[in-house]
Write a protein that binds this ligand. Sequence first.
Ligand code: PFF
Length: 434
Amino acid sequence: MGFEREHWNSNVGFILASVGSAVGIGNVWRFPYLVGTNGGGAFLFPYVVILTTFGLALMVLELAVGRYYQTSIIGCLTRIKKRFKWAGVFTVIVTFVVTSYYLVILGWILSYVFIMIFEPTLGFDSFSISFYPVAAFFAVVGINYLIIRKGISGGIEKINKVGVILLVCILVPLTVYAVFLPGSETGIMFYLWPDFEKIFEPPIWAAAFGQAFFSLSIGFGTLVAYGSYLRSKGSLVRASSAIVAFDTIIAFIAGLMIFSFLFSFGMEPDQGASLVFKVMPSIFSQIEFGAVIAVLFFALLFIAGITSSVSLFQVPISAMEDNVGMRRGRAVLVVTGLVTLIGIFSALSYSPIKLAVGGMPVFDFMDTMFGTYGITISAIIFVTIVSWFMDKRSLLEHIQQGSRIKIPYMLIYFARFVLPTAIAVTIILSIIKL
Ligand code: PFF
């Protein structure tokens, strides 16, 4: 609205930023805990199937729509038809809430970097009834603010260039170390060998859908925003394949690391969300140089998380800029302020105040309602609107740009019928079974 739109400096910068967005706490925290609670190897099969079919297709669509309209998700859907504005607003709200609790976990992680140095014996239970989580939440909000206020190429692109490389440099040696620990083979078997009876259970597929979208940052409008900062006409199919491949490989390696550690220390894999915060520190405390490894581990998580959180912020910020006409500086300030206000509820649920909804900590409630259900609904709505109401030919031509692979016309029908139905059915089945 009147201001010159920001753009990525280079295509590599764009791909790294999207990789940075995709590779996050989801890969190192959420993925292993879901594998652990969903029967180990049984989760991997649906997960990889979804990533490489639904995930890839949706990623291409989101990036293409953003690049085509050069505006935020609200702007894009409004341009398709005015009456779809609400759908864009819905996605922005869901993403906004996810951002607020994502920062809470990021705060826990930042705290743990220091706890592992100064107070390694402090367990998660003692930590979560202190006010550390709340203080750390504020610190993380501040760090994000400092990055995003520098803009797309000056802030987000730069932090990702460093972050992604650093992440690989920490993850790979840690994994090699873990895999060579005695007893790690049982963990690797649990992780890789599917329990065939469980493979077709709907809750596992629903969890895999949720995780695939969460991990690839799909359904949040983030990729629409990142696509809208693209000037180049490079191949989106190639870029998306690279991002999906990278994200899958990192999650896979992180799983190898976590399950090797867990099993070689005789720990149970199905401990849910607290896996990384309760179990890992107790393992590190038993290892030689455990303190160093622990700090590296939580630093790894923190770097992965910060490159993702800056992308989440971009959704409400770009909506404020493009749809409300705010300047970036003001939009950044307003969004950061609002995210803090909402996030504080999740932060307080793991503090002496123990804020809860129907007995469930607010944080867990938000992750289920928004992180799993909200986001899948938002993805269904997005894909339905784009595939039914956007001009098919221009959409396909746009996706085709710069790509040597011929995009099959089928993609549109896949997006119209298969994508939304499959997502809806698995979600409904899993709710019924709950
Ligand atoms: N993909 C991130 C992760 O795996 O941790 C989470 C995420 C980041 C989701 C950004 C959505 C998003 F827009």
